[in-house]
Ligand binder design. Structure first.
Ligand code: HAM
Length: 423
């Protein structure tokens, strides 16, 4: 039989490595909650139309979507991102605004696999729907910034730009088109073919010919209407006030079509991959309406979990803690009843407890306890079983005491309680 393996562009996360993963998610949940964001959970697949709204001209929708007809003949797609689903959910349920939510989960894009680019990848993110206040942009950017700091990822660079709005973008688009049409032959093949469809995408092209042309191209920042310019100035002032360093990047357009006004990306220079963005986001003041809701401004970001872990690996910064270590390992060579009952009782007291299985030898059980790294072992041999007692051994200093079985939980809790305080 052919060996079964995970599909290309996907991977398995196994313990103890997954400890960093869960620590990262827990930190994100804490940071998001501290700013008033509540968890939102939406389906991993949606009606194809939900995602088509994020941009028919984007690679994400045109080339990379996992879409198919299900057994009921519905056109569905695995989500390539979460923002569209969150907006769909808001339009459907209409919770009061501002509606501030966070999420964590997988996304699917049929991309060419390379370091930091997967076909199933994971994001954590926030979305805030229902406010146009530029200070909300500052809050959103700051939540991401504070999260990177909380997981110990140093050296993140924040790039920020404004893409204008329906008032000023059309004129800018025309100015850009005029400039690029005059230099059509100098663009890369793809953008020569697709210029008229989405000229802004040329700004983001990483190929040398396009970059050379873009260097002299008109900049959206110089074409902002008064309201967009004031909005952007307030956002930049807010970031300064919060001490969040940022670089204004006039060619930052991002890979989805829904953005208006503030757009931003967090990059980790430590990642030596073609794309070192560990997160990105921005305003999407028109998307709610696109999805059938009333005109409603909104903003959010999503951060790539895998890329953050890669970036942590690539920096000397301390990685998030691995799986929480055990408190107690129960060793039972008297039939197993004590191991069964004592581990349950210790767990019910809130402790992290493990044990050996299949009637392993005493030696093998001690080895397992060692490997597990628990500070304490509770040991029950035939003598203890007969006397209704157990031995509690401190594996750090070898100190051992015998206690009645009924006292084990209280004694263990007592030993593990942090000392040094006055109680
Ligand atoms: P995005 O820039 O497409 O934005 O993705 C956000 C982050 O997800 C990227 O910066 C990157 O870290 C990670 N990422 C994207 N694609 C891959 C991949 N194939 N493999 C590994 N990591 C990847 C969005 O998804 C928007 N929904 C962000 C947003 C939220 N805008 C407003 N609200």
């Amino acid at each position: 039989m052919a060996e079964l393996r995970n599909p290309p562009g996907t991977f398995d996360v196994l313990p103890p490595d997954s400890g960093r993963w869960s620590a990262l998610l827990a930190t994100f949940a804490r940071v998001a909650a501290s700013a008033g964001y509540g968890l939102v959970v939406t389906p991993t697949f949606e009606d194809l139309a939900v995602f088509q709204r994020v941009g028919e001209s984007t690679d994400v929708v045109r080339k990379e979507m996992y879409d198919f007809a299900d057994k009921g003949g519905r056109r569905v797609a695995l989500r390539p991102e979460v923002t569209a689903s969150v907006v769909r959910a808001w339009v459907q349920h209409r919770p009061p605004t501002p509606w501030k939510t966070w999420y964590a989960g997988s996304n699917f894009r049929y991309e060419r696999q390379q370091a930091g680019r997967y076909r199933e990848f994971h994001q954590v993110g926030i979305e805030a729907i229902g406010s146009a206040d530029p200070d909300l942009d500052v809050e959103v950017v700051a939540v991401g910034w504070d999260f990177y700091r909380a997981v110990g990822l140093d050296g993140v660079e924040l790039l920020i730009n404004s893409l204008g709005d329906a008032t000023c973008r059309p004129a800018y688009r025309e100015a850009l088109l005029d400039y690029l049409r005059a230099r059509l032959g100098q663009l890369c093949d793809e953008h020569q073919a697709r210029l008229e469809e989405n000229p802004l995408r040329v700004l983001d092209c990483k190929k040398a010919p396009c970059r050379a042309v873009v260097a002299g191209a008109p900049r959206q920042l110089d074409h902002l209407c008064e309201a967009c310019a004031a909005h952007f100035a307030r956002v930049v002032a807010g970031l300064d006030s919060l001490g969040i360093p940022h670089r204004i990047e006039t060619t930052l357009v991002r890979g989805l079509d829904y953005y208006t006004r503030t757009t931003f990306e967090y990059c980790a220079p430590a990642l030596e991959t073609a794309n070192n963005a560990v997160g990105g986001g921005g305003r999407y003041d028109g998307l709610v309406e696109e999805m059938g809701g009333p005109p409603t401004p909104a903003i959010g970001f999503a951060l790539g979990v895998e890329r953050i872990l890669l970036a942590l690996d690539a920096t000397s910064a301390a990685a998030p803690a691995a799986t929480a270590p055990l408190d107690v390992f129960v060793i039972d060579f008297a039939g197993g009843e004590a191991a069964r009952d004592l581990s349950a009782a210790l767990r019910r007291a809130g402790l992290r407890v493990d044990r050996a299985w299949d009637g392993r030898s005493t030696k093998a059980q001690f080895r397992a306890a060692d490997r597990a790294g628990a500070p304490l072992a509770v040991i029950v041999g035939p003598d203890e079983a007969a006397a209704g007692s157990a031995r509690i051994k401190d594996l750090r200093d070898g100190h051992e005491r015998s206690v009645a079985a009924a006292r084990v939980v209280a004694e263990v809790v007592d030993i593990l309680r942090p000392t040094g305080g006055t109680g």
